[in-house]
Write a protein that binds this ligand. Structure first.
Ligand code: PLP
Length: 440
């Protein structure tokens, strides 16, 4: 099998080197993985969606090792979470140091340096000159949930607008705003009222349909948008979509909320996907890559928007000291190199994917920004989505030692850790190409 050793695979001291990837020694799943899956399936919620049987023992950089010692290249980063790679030594060190001094005190009730340092840092990376304020949460969905409340509270209006294909989370409020797959909502109604959706990319539909038939613009609190739609299929909108939304919100006094939970923290080669369109939202949401895998979300609002009083919002664990320390280490690493790496390697990834799409007719619609790229997998004859083919492809890639994830109804996403290097990217693309060859 292909084996490479690169500086991103190993800890600087060399003591954590877990070996080259890919390295697949057996047909998958191996015996330890099989046993683990059997135990899991007896006790875990059946709502989990596992596309293939990966059981992870440890991971470092862009390499993941399973419980049987097989090693994989990671093109999914735990769903775009491990921004700095798995277990980056500087993030691990920050977590260890923080854990040894303060694990919890509750940021809603008291103060601590890690939280103060982090909110100051977040305020500095979000565009816009005026003062800003930050609320820290445990997850993306809670950041969305809190922002739905804040939008209604701040504006005194009730309606919230989102987009087809949007994914904003699974708690009741965020789920009501999510419009990605019907299955995610099935059986859970009634959902939060006064939420409407229009097609992603279509600003005109808001004025010509919603404002005409459904609600007056002066009753709309907020528009929630992913500047690069994630779960809906890694859809890159025309920049005029975001500038159009900004103008519409300004015209009607509506808050523009950019959900950068998947696309933020440097993944697209800039801090935020909306930076590519040059807009400044009223509220920016972060989570996922923010703390390299520790559970943390953030709501960052421009001056005056976060005007709710003490007690209006709070959380026992939100902004936990260890998560804040991990986030500070993450943001330092992203700023000092990984964001630039995402921009540079993103170009390379796109051009290699375009070359693959030239050769393999089941691959189409190559798109992306930085290390957030997607392709569609389509039926060669009909040109339509082919979910079975996509499933086979993911499994064939896994069998070769490449971890990938689907998104939308026809897409595969490429969202490796931002520390990945060109050699690893090329090896992964070769595995993807080989997997394609076996399924078509
Ligand atoms: N918003 C976006 C854009 C997401 O991609 C996700 C998760 O995939 C969420 C919100 C929800 O985040 P979490 O899973 O941390 O609740």
């Amino acid at each position: 099998m292909l084996g490479i050793k690169t500086e991103n695979d190993a800890r600087p001291s060399g003591d954590g080197w877990i070996g080259p990837a890919p390295s697949i020694e057996m047909s998958l799943p191996g015996p330890n993985a099989k046993a683990m899956i059997e135990r899991d399936e007896r006790c875990s919620s059946p709502s989990n969606t596992r596309d293939y049987p990966l059981v992870v023992r440890r991971a470092l950089g862009s390499v993941v090792e399973d419980v049987d010692g097989n090693r994989f290249l990671d093109f999914a980063a735990g769903i775009a979470v491990c921004a700095t790679g798995h277990c980056h030594p500087k993030v691990v060190e920050a977590i260890q140091q923080q854990a040894a001094s303060l694990m919890h005190i509750c940021g809603s009730d008291f103060y601590y340096p890690a939280m103060v340092d982090l909110v100051e840092k977040l305020v500095s990376i979000v565009p816009g000159k005026g003062a800003k304020r930050v609320l820290l949460t445990n997850s993306g969905t809670e950041a969305v949930e809190a922002t739905m409340k804040l939008s209604r509270f701040h504006t005194g209006r009730k309606w919230i607008i989102g987009f087809h294909g949007a994914f904003h989370g699974r708690t009741m409020g965020a789920l009501s705003l999510t419009c990605s797959k019907a299955r995610q909502k099935e059986g859970f109604g009634p959902l939060v009222p006064m939420i409407a959706h229009v097609p992603y990319g279509d600003v005109d539909a808001i004025e010509s349909q919603l404002f005409k038939y459904q609600m007056a613009p002066n009753e709309v609190a907020a528009i929630f948008v992913e500047a690069l739609q994630g779960e809906g299929g890694y859809v890159v909108p025309d920049p005029s979509f975001l500038t159009g939304l900004r103008a519409l919100c300004d015209k009607h006094g509506i808050l523009l909320v950019c959900d950068e939970i998947q696309s933020g923290a440097g993944r697209t080669g800039k801090w935020f996907a909306y930076d590519h369109a040059g807009i400044t939202p009223d509220i920016t949401l972060m989570a996922k890559g923010l703390a390299s895998g520790m559970p943390l979300g953030a709501v960052i609002a421009r001056e005056g928007v976060m005007n709710w009083p003490p007690g209006a919002q709070g959380s026992t664990f939100g902004g936990n000291p260890i998560c804040c320390a991990a986030a500070l280490a993450t943001l330092r690493l992203v700023e000092s190199g990984f964001m630039a790496n995402a921009a540079k390697l993103g170009e390379h990834l796109l051009s290699e994917l375009r070359a693959i799409a030239e050769r393999r007719k089941v691959v189409s619609n190559v798109r992306g920004l930085g290390l957030m790229c997607g392709v569609d997998i389509i039926n060669r004859r009909t040109g339509k989505a082919d979910p079975k083919l996509r499933e086979k492809l993911l499994k064939a890639a896994f069998d070769r030692g490449l971890i990938m994830l689907a998104c939308g109804d026809r897409s595969i996403r490429f969202c490796p850790p931002l520390c990945i290097n060109e050699t690893q990217l090329d090896v992964g693309l070769k595995l993807f190409d080989e997997a394609l060859a076996t399924v078509v």
